[in-house]
Design a protein. Structure first.
Length: 153
């Protein structure tokens, strides 16, 4: 049986988020994180055009390098978002040793938390997950929630 995770809304003000990886999934995650966190560092040899734009705007810091454990220093949460499962798993192990919550995009069983589909309107925020089972279902639920929030705000 796949049990649901407890939904938790947390203040990320002043906390550091580290995203290992610079591709399409990392870009989507960073875009969502920016709604809640102003201290985001992306570690990747290369980054997507979307991330390049955020970096040039000063919204995100970029370390143009492959993952090294030293890049986890002072991190509150980490997203292992590379296209290399072995690298993601190395990040997960290091975060476990350091007590840092981590999400690995390639394998839900390794995640301390699921990255939710998020709807934000004004001061209202809602998040939904399908427990890592069906991202499309979570996206569709988020779209419906956005319509509800639009009517409320």
């Amino acid at each position: 049986m796949n049990k649901p995770y407890f939904p938790l809304f947390i203040d990320l003000s002043g906390k550091k988020a580290v995203v290992i990886g610079g591709g399409k999934v990392a870009s989507r995650r960073v875009t969502t994180l920016l709604l809640f966190c102003e201290n985001i560092e992306v570690v990747a040899p290369e980054v997507s055009e979307e991330l390049q734009e955020l970096i040039s705007q000063g919204k995100v810091r970029w370390t143009a390098d492959s993952y090294r454990e030293k890049y986890l220093e002072e991190a509150f949460l980490v997203l292992a978002a590379t296209d290399c499962p072995e690298c993601n798993e190395e990040v997960v192990k290091a975060c476990g040793k350091k007590g840092i919550v981590v999400n690995a995009v390639h394998k839900k069983e390794l995640c301390d938390f699921y990255f939710p589909a998020v709807a934000v309107k004004g001061s209202m925020a809602a998040a939904v997950t399908a427990s890592g089972m069906d991202h499309g279902k979570a996206r569709r639920a988020r779209e419906e929630i956005e319509k509800v929030l639009e009517r409320l705000v």
